[in-house]
Design a protein around this ligand. Structure first.
Ligand code: 16G
Length: 266
């Protein structure tokens, strides 16, 4: 292990021994304690700041941040995920509008291009802190009467089940690294071009009907992805390589070529 990696590990040990929000010692003090040069220490700290483990506030010090949320790749809802962690989920509906599907959405939702689609933009929060920005698309015929207020601080999956008797049973999800654009940065309250995860999820109901297509931008400084590693199952899907990553029988399609650059085109 190189000097910088070693220093990083030792600063991480220190971070883990301190409470969230506490300051780490000054660079001068810490470099003495660890027996490394200020340059090496600074590089290790810079890396931890970039990784979201430390927050450097000019003039006041460097502070321990909240640990990242370990997000398993399963078919759960944001609400369930946050509750299971003992956090309080909330949601702000920023916009709800009706659009006609058009070619791309129609393909994803398996409807005709003329079909009316409900498009909902939501900001997802946990314990009052922004976590993700989601744009949900669902055919209007599946959710007649869905109004903006219905989704305020409410789980979409619960609403689907309770009001529309639709149970999400399976899905496909892609994950790509991205950075936040201006709108996303403003809404999430993070600097422009903050690293983030772009998830695109299509889900189906128990009857096999495609229910939703969701684009979610999750803060990269608050999330890490966790997968159970299972032996490879020989399977082939329509196109490309398919690897079994999910622990819950969900197959994630690694379609790294087909989806490239689609984000900015939409
Ligand atoms: C998650 C899903 C999103 C789904 C939502 C439902 C990811 C990346 N995205 O955020 O596709 O629509 O949960 O959550 O996991 P809700 O039932 O709390 O509204």
């Amino acid at each position: 292990m190189g000097k910088q990696d070693d220093t990083r590990e030792r600063v991480l040990d220190l971070i883990e021994s301190l409470a969230v929000g506490r300051a780490i010692p000054s660079e001068r003090q810490l470099s003495q304690e660890l027996g490394v040069s200020r340059l090496t220490l600074r590089a290790a700290i810079d890396e931890l700041v970039r990784d979201g483990r430390l927050d450097r506030r000019h003039g006041s010090g460097t502070f321990v941040t909240e640990p990242k949320i370990a997000q398993p790749l399963t078919l759960t809802s944001f609400t369930d995920d946050m509750r299971r962690r003992g956090m309080t989920p909330s949601s702000r509906t920023l916009d709800l509008s009706l659009v006609s599907a058009g070619a791309r959405l129609a393909r994803r939702l398996q409807v005709s291009p003329e079909e009316r689609i409900v498009r909902v933009q939501r900001l997802r929060l946990a314990d009052g802190e922004t976590m993700a920005l989601e744009v949900l698309h669902v055919p209007e015929t599946l959710v007649p009467g869905l109004a903006k207020g219905d989704l305020e601080n409410r789980s979409f999956y619960d609403l689907l089940q309770e009001r529309y008797e639709i149970v999400i049973a399976s899905g496909t999800q892609t994950i790509e690294p991205t950075v936040t654009n201006e709108e996303e940065s403003a809404l999430l309250g993070v600097p422009l071009h903050t690293p983030a995860f772009l998830f695109e999820r299509t889900t189906r109901s128990e009857s096999g009907r495609t229910v939703e297509f969701v684009r979610s931008v999750y803060r990269g400084d608050r999330y890490q992805l966790v997968t159970e590693l299972l032996p490879r199952r020989a399977r082939s899907r329509a196109r490309g390589e398919t690897a079994a990553l999910g622990g819950d029988g969900i197959t994630m399609t690694a379609d790294s070529f087909g989806n490239r650059n689609h984000r900015r085109k939409e």
